[in-house]
Write a protein that binds this ligand. Structure first.
Ligand SMILES: NC(=O)c1ccc[n+]([C@@H]2O[C@H](COP(=O)([O-])OP(=O)(O)OC[C@H]3O[C@@H](n4cnc5c(N)ncnc54)[C@H](O)[C@@H]3O)[C@@H](O)[C@H]2O)c1
Length: 292
């Protein structure tokens, strides 16, 4: 069912081959947007495009690391060439590559994390803004509860999310005079590769702590986060700018292991409507390290 909340809009979703980005791409297409599905060359973006089209949506792929200026520029140009305008930029691309205490955190992983999480968002905003100013469009970027609270054992990652929050707040104030809005969606633990010890660098203790600390006592689904993106990116949120929109199961507000009090029978995630095939594949083809 197409709901039409984003009817006629053109959106770029970075990092949309897996995880939350895949869900955002599907959700936006379902709401009527034409979507540029970006990802790294090895990511299953063509498959996401195919699936969106299968369900009647409009999408094209752009493969390329948008932390490189050439690809950021080309990704934006792809939207313009294909659809003639740009209304929405979703800065979702990001990585979670290592867990370690800070004194043990590898310098090359620090550099990669800043490049892939921050440089990508800056470059995409830089090249998208002239087009967003024409459409009075908006940017929604991937913040995190970790941007508020920090993240022990991946302090680098938490730091990138704090930067993302401040980056969007500055853009919101600066670009309001052009009619452009800028916000962050700030998820808690979401059911992607990152929060599973089998698929990413978290160990069993870290994985358990994530859930115990969350009052809703479960991971959020990619679709639950995509629903928040869809609202904030839509005209229904026309008065929302400079917002850091928590969607974290309550973890930021909780003090201590609040999730332990939530009964097991209440912990089930909604089934959702989107057909997502790559939710937990985001760390495939990437080298991750568990040093704790
Ligand atoms: N999963 C969580 O628990 C969680 C919580 C809070 C915030 N977030 C944020 O949400 C976003 C998505 O997280 P996820 O868990 O879905 O990750 P994921 O690994 O499942 O998907 C991210 C995708 O982005 C791609 N990507 C990374 N850098 C890229 C680049 N420079 N250019 C193009 N593509 C790139 C990856 O290859 C991957 O396919 C991230 O920014 C993350 O910080 C996630």
């Amino acid at each position: 069912m197409v709901n039409g909340r984003l009817e006629g809009k053109v959106a770029i979703v970075t990092g949309a081959g897996a995880g939350i980005g895949e869900a955002v791409a599907h959700k936006f297409a379902k709401e009527g947007a034409s979507v540029v599905v970006n990802g790294l060359p090895d990511d299953p973006i063509e498959d996401v495009v195919k699936s969106i089209k299968h369900y009647g949506g409009k999408a094209i792929a752009y493969a390329g690391d948008v932390s490189q200026e050439f690809h950021a520029q080309n990704c934006v140009q792809t939207a313009i060439n294909a659809y003639g305008k740009l209304d929405i930029l979703i800065n979702n691309a990001g990585v979670f590559l290592a867990t370690a205490e800070t004194q043990d955190y590898p310098v090359d992983v620090f550099d990669d994390t800043l490049r892939l999480n921050l440089r990508s968002a800056f470059l995409m905003a830089k090249y998208a803004l002239p087009h967003l100013q024409k459409t009075r469009g908006n940017i929604v970027s991937a913040g995190s509860e970790a941007g508020y609270n920090g993240l022990a054992y991946n302090t680098t990652y938490g730091g990138t999310k704090g930067w993302m929050h401040s980056f969007m707040l500055g853009v919101a104030v600066e670009q309001a005079k052009y009619g452009v809005r800028a916000n962050c969606v700030c998820p808690g633990a979401i059911d992607t590769a990152w929060t599973h010890k089998e698929e990413g660098p978290m160990n069993a203790k870290m994985e358990k702590t994530l859930i115990d600390a969350t009052p809703l006592a479960r991971r959020g689904t990619p679709e639950e986060i995509a629903n928040v993106y869809a609202f904030i990116a839509s005209d229904e949120a026309s008065y929302v700018t400079g917002a850091l929109w928590l969607a974290d199961g309550g973890v930021t507000t909780a003090k201590g292991a609040a999730g332990a009090d939530t009964p097991i029978w209440m912990r089930f995630a909604p089934k959702g409507e989107l057909r997502l095939d790559h939710s937990q594949e985001g760390l495939e083809n990437k080298e991750t390290q568990t040093l704790i």
